[in-house]
Design a protein around this ligand. Sequence first.
Ligand code: SF4
Length: 341
Amino acid sequence: MAETGEEETASAEASGFSDLSDSELVELLDLEEAKESTVSLSKPGPSSELPGKDDKPNWCELQMVYGKELPGFLTPEKAAALDSGASIHLAKELELHDLVTVSVTTKEDAWAIKFLNILSMIPTLQSEGRIREFPVFGEVEGVFLVGVIDELHYTSKGELELAELKTRRRPVLPLSAQKKKDCFQVSLYKYIFDAMVQGKVSPASLIHHTKLCLDKPLGPSVLSHARQGGFSVKSLGDLMDLVFLSLTLSDLPAIDTLKLEYIHQETATVLGTEIVAFEEKEVKSKVQHYVAYWMGHRDPQGVDVEEAWKCRTCDYVDVCEWRRGRGALSSWLEPKAKELK
Ligand code: SF4
């Protein structure tokens, strides 16, 4: 976790069954050094992208833990579904800009790419354009969170709208429990984005949590892309100063509306959209709940009884302690679980 310096990435919540390939949820700070990142080049002018996404299916907190402790359980079918969803995201992104792969060798390089992406997207946002894959980061309830907003654009009323794409394996909308989780995700994105543009995320907080070395020389590939983007910088510190200045001086608005868009993976048909009401108190309280696990204050939880159907296709159904500990739930699941074998 960020506070302890452990190398850990995690979903802050379960993303909902079957939308396996969506943008990753906001992640607890990932201190792993990325080996390669992508920079997306907007048309016209340079734009952005960031380190790779974690497209693992997480529809249960405990499942996410099993995923880390028992890697290799992912079935080929699910891996294929992830690829399919990732392709839809990539296609959407390529509508707006090209992607360029940049070699990175340190976490400072990886953050430099993140910063370059932000710097190149701010002017588009200022001119009321559409951007995709906007990196967000900030401290919420004592934990540093990092994520990527799928898309930001302005509505016909001139409101800044966040649109989150959710791909579905089956051509049906998710149940309400899943939608709630998607709502939490976009609400959290808004909370962090607003804090960034309102100057509430400080360089000190970023450095404290990431332990980034601002003087460390950036890699040649990163420097070259910075130059191509028109940024004459030598270190991460230079870039970070630019980012924080740009975020606060660009007069970017807070996000006005939050929209979820559900798309069928196979046909790319839009299944429906959902407008999300932002409830700050609720967002904070949910964050506290999830953070309690990451801070070691509680054990991971499996799905609620009303969502027990999700266990039927979970890779860990045969080893799951949570499921075993619930007699009624287990007996309800058993016949259906067997059917799948
Ligand atoms: Fe979660 Fe159910 Fe899987 Fe257990 S079997 S990890 S409770 S989804």
